[in-house]
Each structure stands twice: as structure tokens, then as C-alpha cells.
Design a protein around this ligand. Structure first.
Ligand SMILES: CC(C)(COP(=O)(O)OP(=O)(O)OC[C@H]1O[C@@H](n2cnc3c(N)ncnc32)[C@H](O)[C@@H]1OP(=O)(O)O)[C@@H](O)C(=O)NCCC(=O)NCCS
Length: 165
């Protein structure tokens, strides 16, 4: 069974930086921001609004996978999933789904009910959209030309059941 860790450590700033970079999926700005969110959590604690699920590699000092998520201010039960990434060598074996399910379980425990995810509409993001759809997420909105002409933002939603354990 996969072991999850939720307390961020100082070393996670660099680990998240390396993990997001090695996926080849995020641009340099996004890689930097992903790492900064860990730093912000370490500095501000829960008030940062950023929560994490980490999966440590069994050997070495890297992350196998992680997610970053948080409550959306001003809403009753909406939460954002900001990032999810799995090491390339560990992809396609169900780990992304496990991390997503653990993230949803924790959101439900915290009283959340709606999980929102934003992604791009371009062909590059087809695998990401397929992943979310296979995991029960439904396209809720498509904001055409959002990023650039012909480059839409796609918003996915999954409603999760309330939980007490
Ligand atoms: C997207 C990502 C997190 C998925 O993690 P993963 O461990 O490879 O995914 P899983 O093995 O858990 O797959 C779960 C489901 O999604 C589907 N899926 C995953 N990757 C897919 C792909 N490239 N194409 C089509 N379906 C895909 C799987 O088939 C599986 O569905 P099934 O079990 O019903 O057949 C991972 O590939 C990744 O880190 N990608 C780069 C970063 C990224 O895109 N992050 C999301 C944006 S923040």
C-alpha cells in the first residue's frame, strides 16, 4: 500500500522543483511557482492555504508523486487542486489516481465537497484531461481563447461525498 506524507519539509521545496521539472510538462515559471508554494506553506503554515500529499521514493531522497491543493476562499465547500505530478518512471501504474483519491479523501474530511481543476485545452494537455476524466472529473466550463487565441482553459469538477473518517 502506498504511504502518504502530508507534512511539508524544507527539502520538499527542491524535491517538488525537481519532480515538476522532470515531468517535462510544466514551463520554468510553473516549476518555480510549484516549489514556492511549498516554501509558502513552510513559512505561513495552514494560513498559506496550501495543503500537500507527498509520496516518497522508497530509496533516495526524491518524491515519487505529489499533489498541492487548498480551499477556495469565499466558498462553502469548493477546493482547488493546483498541481499533481508523478515521476515519469512511475507513471501509468495507478499512482496518480491514488494520490488524487487521497487528496479528495482529505478534502472531504476537511468539509470540502467540490474539487476544481484547471487545465489547458491544447493537444499537449490531452493526457492530463484523459487522466482527470478517467478519475471521474467532468468538464464544467471551457473558456475559449483564455491563454491565447485558440488556447482555451478547461475547468473540471468532481463532486465528492462528505466524509467523517
Ligand atoms: C497526469 C499524471 C498525474 C497521471 O498519473 P499516473 O500515475 O500516470 O496516472 P494513473 O496510472 O493513476 O492513471 C489513472 C487513469 O488515468 C488514465 N491516464 C493516465 N495517463 C493517461 C494518458 N497519458 N493518456 C490517457 N489516459 C491516461 C489511466 O489510463 C488510468 O485510467 P484507467 O485506470 O481507468 O485506465 C501523470 O501522468 C503526470 O504527472 N503527468 C505530468 C504532469 C501533469 O500533467 N499533471 C497534471 C496537471 S497539474
Amino acid at each position: 500500500m502506498t504511504g502518504f506524507r502530508t507534512d511539508a519539509e524544507r527539502a520538499d521545496v527542491a524535491r517538488v522543483e525537481r519532480l515538476t521539472r522532470v515531468t517535462g510538462f510544466f514551463n520554468p515559471d510553473e516549476v518555480r511557482i510549484a516549489a514556492e508554494l511549498v516554501d509558502e506553506r513552510l513559512t505561513k503554515g495552514k494560513a498559506s492555504g496550501y495543503e500537500f500529499v507527498f509520496v516518497d521514493a522508497p530509496d533516495g531522497d526524491e518524491l515519487l508523486a505529489y499533489s498541492c491543493y487548498g480551499p477556495i476562499d469565499g466558498t462553502q465547500r469548493s477546493w482547488d487542486l493546483f498541481w499533481i505530478a508523478v515521476q515519469p518512471h512511475a507513471q501509468g501504474r495507478g499512482l496518480g489516481r491514488e494520490v488524487l483519491r487521497e487528496t479528495e479523501r482529505r478534502i472531504a474530511l476537511a468539509g470540502g465537497g467540490l474539487v476544481w481543476v484547471e487545465t489547458g485545452g491544447k493537444a499537449l494537455y490531452q493526457p492530463t484531461r484523459a487522466f482527470y476524466e478517467r478519475c471521474g472529473y467532468v468538464e464544467e466550463a471551457r473558456l475559449r481563447d483564455f491563454y491565447a487565441p485558440g488556447d482555451a482553459k478547461v475547468v473540471y469538477l468532481r463532486e465528492i461525498a462528505a466524509s467523517s473518517d
